[in-house]
Design a protein around this ligand. Structure first.
Ligand code: ADP
Length: 415
């Protein structure tokens, strides 16, 4: 049963009882705090009974802590003013100065542990009766038990409150996790819907042109249809490729891919040389400007290679003529490594900019151009950059070109 009484209230109640049963001009109930080395007054009778509440505590060394207390024995002196130098303490001096003569102190023990004391004083010197001493002793034991119980209760209550708070916190965390999962679930459903939608067009086209092909005998028409079929198959293949990339990324987000120090220049060089033939066939020039001794970034090499590949791929696709520049550098002020991919291509219209990194989003193209794509490339880039705690920005002037800048935190910047 939890009692709501504080140690102060318990001590005051006991002190009233003592006052009724024993003649004393002064009574004090105190607790010892050996941690902070203080004596905490719980209840005092100085003339009248007072519950001190948070009264100023007394330093432990000012207190008469006789050896007998530790052994569970009370001690009594007939006259405080007759104490030897060794027996005196600032407290006995104070009580003596206040006119007290006879003085008795009883230890409060819990399983042999000294937790406090009761002391009594009289203005008249002399011994206490055996009867009084045994009553005082009995009451002191009771106070000790009650205070100990109150202390225990307070600790249980504190512990319960802590537990309740932890449960509340955990509940809140779970609710948040649930919201996140619901959001993920919603995104997943949207992705599936988007994928089905995107797949439907090439498949419809395929069956339509197959149908036409079957029904046509004119060789010129037939080869025209075959060409359309070819284009649609390529588009379908590209879509499936992109969708696989996206789901691989989803998996790695969930499984926390292993990061390691990555030499970004090396990644850029590999992707550049793999794409050079295609770029030159398209009549474009590729310039590479890599900062020597670029610090390593903290990342996953295959994912970073995909970022470079997708950006370069777009630069090639959306640049009818001119130049592509791959550049790396180190921004000392921001403490990150960056990669820029610039082109002299068609550029991006302002209204496309906010959606560029959305899955399946495709921007407007100038009249007459029909550049194939899936709208997945930049979405994948953005997700990888986010996984690396980096940023991506794009600057573009429609008609004259675009620059994508990816910034990645340094090796030391990992969290
Ligand atoms: P995709 O290129 O397959 O359409 P992306 O996600 O890679 O898909 O790009 C989304 C859109 O951003 C493209 O449709 C295009 O409009 C625009 N875009 C991306 N890169 C460039 C670029 N280098 N120059 C011009 N437009 C670009």
């Amino acid at each position: 049963i939890l009692s709501a009484q504080s140690p102060y209230e318990i001590a005051t109640g006991m002190l009233q009882q003592i006052d009724r049963l024993i003649a004393a001009d002064r009574i004090g109930v105190v607790m010892f705090d050996f941690g902070s080395e203080e004596v905490i007054p719980l209840a005092l009778k100085i003339g009248s009974i007072a519950q001190p509440g948070p009264l100023a505590s007394i330093p432990l060394y000012e207190y008469p802590l006789q050896d007998s207390l530790w052994e569970g024995q009370f001690s009594h002196v007939d006259d405080l003013t007759m104490l030897s130098e060794l027996e005196r303490s600032p407290m006995t001096d104070r009580w003596g100065a206040d006119g007290m003569r006879s003085y008795t102190i009883f230890p409060m023990l819990i399983q042999g542990r000294l937790i406090g004391a009761l002391h009594l004083a009289q203005e008249t010197p002399g011994p206490r009766s055996v009867e009084e001493l045994s009553i005082a002793r009995e009451l002191t034991d009771q106070i000790a038990v009650a205070i100990n119980q109150a202390d225990l209760n307070a600790r249980i209550q504190r512990h319960t409150a802590e537990l309740e708070q932890r449960v509340a916190e955990r509940t809140r965390e779970l609710a948040e996790a649930n919201t996140r999962l619901q959001e993920l679930d919603r995104l997943k459903s949207k992705f599936v819907a988007d994928v089905s939608h995107e797949l439907r067009t090439p498949i419809t086209n395929l069956s339509m042109y197959l149908h036409l092909l079957e029904r046509t005998t004119a060789p010129r028409k037939r080869s025209q249809y075959a060409e359309v079929l070819n284009t649609q198959v390529t588009r379908l293949a590209r879509l499936v490729e992109g969708i696989l990339d996206v789901s691989r990324l989803d998996l790695s987000t969930r499984n926390r891919v292993a990061f390691s120090p990555v030499r970004l220049n090396l990644v850029v060089e590999q992707i550049a040389s793999a794409n050079r033939p295609r770029i030159e066939t398209a009549g474009l020039t590729l310039d590479i400007d890599l900062m020597p001794e670029l610090p390593d970034v903290w990342g996953e090499p295959n994912q970073l290679a995909q970022v470079v590949a997708n950006l370069l791929n777009n630069a090639v696709n959306y640049t009818p003529a001119g130049q592509i520049i791959l550049r790396t550098g180190y921004d000392e002020r921001r403490g990150n490594v960056y990669l820029t991919v610039s082109d002299t291509g068609i550029g991006i219209e302002a209204e496309d900019l906010p959606h560029l990194f959305d899955r399946f989003y495709r921007g407007h193209q100038p009249e007459g151009l029909d550049i194939p794509g899936t709208g997945l490339g930049l979405g994948i880039v953005k997700e990888i950059v986010d996984l690396h705690q980096g940023t991506i920005v794009v600057e573009s002037t429609p008609g004259s070109g675009s620059t994508f800048t990816v910034s990645l935190p340094l090796l030391g910047g990992r969290s």
